[in-house]
Ligand binder design. Structure first.
Ligand SMILES: Cc1ncc(COP(=O)(O)O)c(C=O)c1O
Length: 380
């Protein structure tokens, strides 16, 4: 390996949200979705260079930064994006709130399959929209969208479908045939589709990724796609993300919702974004190897050494959705914290039978986390 994915960085006593949560406690944070890996060297170089300019006035992306995005999408996903389709955002949490306010009016509906990344559940509520959630179903080991239940949940007031692909937390990459159904459903019910594809550069298996907007010309015209370099290149704190909206009317509505409320991306965010998209590929390839190795180890340990805990295949992301219902714990998060591991609470995603474990860390950290979980289970 050319890059170091093995040495744990010291993030204690830094401004890290992930590590501050357990400051002063012997608890390994394996919750919020950022990784304990140093950023790609070209990103660090670009940031150093930008700091050396000594001025941090209001920022605007250069043509070169925008072209870095266009080239990335063309090369990775064969999607020819026009530069005017891109709206820059300081984060996709912001984007989820903005899109929830853009479609329809208070009281109108939004639909999403669950469990799901918690802001999908919260943003509609802050926007005074009615959220319909439909549980994903397990077909053997594979998660599926329950289309009969989706048809039952939709109302004439539903205006927006929130999709997460790859799906956080179940780590599934929706296939072309799934996305065709998503597109048909949205077109049939006249829904705008918001497809959050922030994890699409983190596919661990040999599965082709299709941006939902590319399923057909009709859905292309009705889709808001979210993307960012934040998860993949571990620069979430630099707050730089994009919404891709080909339809000019929809784009204007979304931009209007954001006007005066959503802050600008910073100079450092743009610099890191451009460097990541232009020069981050060799690092990303090695990251995928490290994550695959962690994923394989984790699934083996869950299977062989953590009785009462189970997992489904993890096709993408660095997040494991672990079923702990057989343990009959009143407070799974408290239980594992007591044993020295900080996980995300499945209840916030819509299913308290699960916890989510972030394995985006050097393998020694993961091994220690799993050792602690095993020890905790031995106390039951
Ligand atoms: C699916 C999904 N969307 C959005 C976000 C948050 O993005 P941001 O940090 O840009 O607000 C996350 C973070 O984990 C995520 O998993």
């Amino acid at each position: 390996m050319k890059f170091d994915f093995e040495t744990p960085p010291n993030r204690r006593s830094t401004d890290s949200q992930k590590w501050q949560k357990y400051q002063g406690k012997d608890i390994l944070p394996m919750w919020v979705a950022d990784m304990d890996f140093r950023c790609p060297p070209p990103v660090l170089e670009a940031l150093h260079q930008r700091v050396d300019d000594d001025i941090f006035g209001y920022a605007r992306p250069t043509l070169s930064t925008t072209e870095a995005v266009l080239d990335y999408f063309q090369n990775q996903y064969n999607w020819k994006i026009q530069k005017e389709w891109i709206l820059w955002l300081p984060g996709l949490g912001v984007g989820l709130n903005a899109v929830s306010r853009t479609l329809g009016k208070p009281g109108d509906g939004i639909i999403t399959p669950t469990p799901i990344y918690p802001p999908f559940l919260l943003a509609p509520r802050w926007a005074d929209r009615e959220l319909a959630t439909v549980d994903l179903v397990k077909n053997g080991d594979s998660w599926e969208i329950d289309w009969d239940a989706m048809e039952k949940a939709i109302t004439p007031n539903t205006k927006l479908f929130l999709l997460c692909n790859p799906h956080n937390p179940v780590a599934k990459v929706w296939r072309r045939h799934d996305l065709e159904k998503v597109a048909d459903f949205c077109l049939k019910h006249d829904l705008v589709l918001c497809s959050d594809e922030v994890h699409c550069d983190l596919i661990l298996d040999d599965i082709e990724f299709t941006p939902t907007a590319l399923i057909s010309e009709e859905i292309h015209n009705q889709t808001i796609t979210f993307h960012a370099p934040s998860k993949t290149f571990n620069i979430a704190g630099l707050a730089c993300a994009i919404a891709i909206i080909p339809n000019p009317k929809l784009r204007l509505s979304f931009a209007r919702t954001c006007k005066g409320i959503v802050s600008e991306v910073s100079n450092l965010g743009y610099a890191a974004c451009e460097a990541a998209y232009r020069h981050g590929e060799p690092w990303r390839q090695e990251l995928l190897q490290a994550l695959r190795s962690n994923r394989d180890l984790l699934l083996q340990v869950v299977r062989d050494e953590l009785p009462g805990v189970s997992a489904t295949p993890i096709e993408a992301t660095y997040l494991a959705w672990l079923n702990v219902e057989e343990l009959h714990l009143d407070d799974p998060i408290g239980f594992f914290e007591k044993g020295g591991v900080g996980l995300s609470d499945g209840r916030f995603f819509g299913d308290g039978r699960y916890v989510r474990l972030n394995f985006g860390c050097p393998q020694v950290t993961l091994v220690e986390g799993l050792r602690r979980m095993k020890k905790s289970l031995e106390t039951l």
